[in-house]
Design a protein around this ligand. Structure first.
Ligand SMILES: [Zn+2]
Length: 558
């Protein structure tokens, strides 16, 4: 054997000061784990032991390599250590200041050199570096690091062996467990985090460049707009992966939407609405713009979008999202949010920081604040986290109402306890969304003197072992809830329009025609408006619907 334990220990003992510093620096690469976990009520001591030991293990490898006599190995290792330290420190600083660690979001913001965010970014930075909070944290960390390093200096060979072996052992087990975890894998080491985020970063950069080029020179698209828009406040709430059939208001056997059911007489519940695609981004491109599957089939960004349309009509536009701005693929959310007068991302800022997620109740105060603003006309878009994958992360404990025992087999012999558990978690996320949507409607009721229109729908459905042994996004799974609420003032002052909506609940509707509905209901004339796609128009005639580029047949998700 070329390597024996004795020489490894000897060499590490010789490099123990470096080992101590690298171990501490490595912790900075996982700082988000600590910050989030304190809030979650995790045991911070156990957590520290875990991450310390993982960091120790990696630091041991680097220190061992640094102890070599061979120059090239020493040089390469020095470069790796420099990069490692830099990334770990960047991660900690970015996280403490802006709430996200090293990620594609960081690179995107750096690239957005002329956007308003850079200004905000710099302002935050100056303030944060000198804040007592930062200095205190930094001071405590530096003191602990110094204490450990000096303690190591005095440590004899035997004491070193007795301390490092158990730490290395715990580190080995922890690393192994960490690499099995889908949500925390990346935090095991800053290099793993960067490697996992690289494809996203490249995607994000590409998207950014494309949309930047394309969003210029489109002014002429909006020249033919006529009218003022008859509605004061239009609030559009985009749900996430909420399958129509899992809502009790649509007949689901478990009471997943009790609050909306209580409001049944105040809301209009549409029974046959579909999305055009089964992924967030593709679906959003359809309902936010005049692209459709029948007449406007060119690239989505070549068509007018509802944000610019309403902005031209004098509305203040808001984008309030609990999803990330820089999406994994086709980040159109960033394109749309940039079109708004106000854009706010309330939750995690980037998928890689999924430990930072917020529940959808983070949207509620934002809606309330937007409604209180003075502007006479508003278009407010709210983007929920809804029933996004890892359903159990979408609701607080109080909403963990359903368990696997509530899920009936109903002919599905493939349903194991674990699968039933997943279904119940999905149903809990719907239950939580029910509270959020109902709460939003209650907020709007406080502004009854306004003509307000509230529209809720999901971006697409989600298959949930409904008919076969599969759960998740699946092609053609596009049956979505679609619910409208209108203020008393709107109902009184626009009775014909309200009646037209109320009488449309059984019509086949595709959410891609949202722009035609919004313009029709607002009495806006526009070259792009097509009354045959507006379900409130007597001319409405939707010949065909599409789901993931295939003709949609009613009942295909049953
Ligand atoms: Zn989605």
């Amino acid at each position: 054997m070329g390597i024996n334990i004795g020489t490894i220990i000897d060499r590490l003992h010789k490099e123990r000061m470096l080992l101590a510093i690298l171990t501490m620096v490595g912790l900075l690469g996982a700082v988000d784990v600590f910050c989030n976990s304190v809030e979650k009520g995790d045991n911070i001591i156990l957590l520290s032991i875990k991450w310390f030991s993982i960091s120790f293990l990696f630091a041991s490898i680097l220190s061992y390599l640094m102890g070599t006599e061979k120059k090239p190995i020493k040089w390469i290792t020095s470069s790796i250590i420099a990069l490692y330290g830099l990334l770990c420190i960047a991660n900690a600083v970015s996280f403490l200041f802006w709430g996200f660690g090293v990620s594609c979001r960081m690179f995107t913001i750096i690239m957005e050199t002329n956007s308003r965010e850079v200004g905000e970014f710099i302002n935050y930075t100056i303030g944060n570096f000198t804040s007592t909070d930062f200095l205190l944290r930094f001071g405590v960390f530096a003191l602990i690091t110094a204490a450990i390093t000096l303690g190591c200096k005095k440590m004899g060979g035997k004491a070193f062996l007795l301390t490092s072996l158990p730490i290395a052992f715990i580190g080995l087990i922890s690393t192994f467990i960490q690499l099995q975890s889908t949500t925390e894998k990346k935090n095991a080491n800053i290099f793993i985090r960067c490697a996992l985020d690289l494809p996203r970063t490249l995607n994000s950069m590409q998207d950014y460049n494309t949309t930047q080029q394309l969003s210029c020179g489109q002014e002429n698209l909006y020249e033919t707009l006529q009218g003022n828009g008859d509605i004061d406040n239009i609030i559009i709430v985009i749900g996430e992966s909420a399958s129509r059939k899992h809502h009790s208001i649509y007949g689901y056997q478990l009471p997943t939407t009790p609050l909306l059911e209580k409001k049944k007489n105040e809301i209009i519940v549409f029974n046959d609405v579909t999305a055009t695609y089964s992924t967030t981004s593709e679906s959003m491109k359809m309902f936010m713009t005049y692209k459709n599957s029948i007449t406007n089939k060119d690239d989505w960004f070549k068509y007018p979008n509802i944000l610019t349309i309403f902005s031209k009509l004098g509305y203040k536009t808001y984008w309030i999202s609990n999803q990330e701005k820089n999406g994994f693929i086709g980040g159109c959310e960033s394109f749309f949010s940039d079109k708004c007068d106000t854009s706010k991302f309330v939750g995690m800022l980037f998928t890689g920081d999924n430990l930072q997620e917020k529940y959808d109740d983070a949207l509620l105060p934002e809606l309330s604040n937007a409604m209180k603003e003075d502007n006479p006309k508003k278009l407010i878009i709210l983007h929920m986290m809804g029933s996004h994958g890892e359903y159990y992360r979408r609701y607080p404990k109080e909403f963990a109402h359903f368990t696997d025992e509530n899920i009936e087999e109903a002919g599905r012999s493939f349903l194991t306890k674990k699968k039933k558990q997943l279904i119940s978690e999905y149903d809990n996320s719907i239950l939580y969304s029910d509270m959020i949507i109902s709460n939003m409607i209650d907020t709007l009721k406080k502004f009854e003197e306004k003509k307000s229109l509230f529209v809720y729908f999901s971006d697409h459905g989600e298959e949930m072992y409904d008919v076969r042994d599969f759960a998740g996004h699946s092609k053609g799974y596009v049956d979505i809830p679609f619910i409208i609420w209108a203020s008393d003032t709107l109902q009184k002052q626009m009775p014909d329009k309200y009646k037209a909506m109320s009488e449309s609940t059984e019509k086949p509707i595709s959410i891609e025609n949202l722009p035609d509905f919004l313009l029709g209901i607002s009495n806006v004339q526009y070259k792009y408006y097509d009354s045959t796609f507006d379900f409130t128009s007597p001319n409405y005639k939707l010949e065909e619907r599409y789901a993931d580029d295939k003709p949609y047949h009613k009942g295909q998700c049953e």
